[in-house]
Design a protein around this ligand. Structure first.
Ligand SMILES: [Fe+2]
Length: 195
């Protein structure tokens, strides 16, 4: 079984997202990596002992948690990977056209993506590409694992958990955090995901 190693990012001095928030957030991310590895290890031990029995609550609970920890790990990697301290405005090109295609333009996509991000609850706003037809649509993910369209590719990934913005904004000011995220988005990194 592969063991996952935490990634490192040189993110700091972002617009509207403090270094303190980022540092705490990196620490939370490392917890997901640690727990993904731990789950795989524990499940592996049960399997080796022939105790991988579906009706056993101890085994079932460990397996059930995989979706939460794996997605918590991977989504944070996608989130930090699609932010940059030297952003450039997206004004044209392949990603600009792709994001706007289903929404009548890039600005309309942005408005919709921000609306998804402003939904009540904790989770993620993700612009997902359907590889079957090339269309990008915005999705709400509850916690880390509920709502992912199977087989779709994440293109723009925004963390909407409270830890992502509560140090920098009041709870009711989540739209300001979303605005800050969009000001720091690494569009070039997102465009690469289209390939
Ligand atoms: Fe997070």
């Amino acid at each position: 079984m592969n063991v996952y190693t935490p990634h490192k990012w040189e993110l700091s001095s972002l617009t509207g997202i403090s270094d303190e928030t980022l540092q705490i957030h990196f620490g939370l991310y490392e917890g997901y990596v640690k727990n993904t590895n731990l789950l795989n290890e524990r499940i592996g031990e049960l399997r080796a002992a022939g105790k991988n029995v579906g009706s056993d609550p101890a085994y079932a609970e460990l397996v059930r948690r995989l979706g939460w920890e794996y997605n918590g790990m991977r989504l944070h990697e996608l989130y930090f990977d699609n932010m940059t301290k030297s952003p450039t405005e997206l004004k044209s090109g392949k990603l600009y056209d792709a994001l706007g295609a289903a929404y009548g333009g890039f600005d309309a996509w942005k408005k919709d993506f921000s609306a998804v991000g402003a939904m009540r609850g904790i989770g993620w706003a993700i612009a997902y590409l359907d590889p079957a037809n090339g269309q990008i649509t915005n999705h709400w993910i509850t916690e880390h694992e509920m709502g992912h369209p199977a087989g779709f590719k994440p293109i723009v990934v925004l963390d909407i958990w409270e830890h992502a913005y509560f140090r920098d904004y009041k709870p009711a000011d989540r739209p300001k955090y979303i605005e800050a995220f969009l000001a720091n988005t690494d569009w070039a990194a997102c465009e690469k995901r289209l390939a």
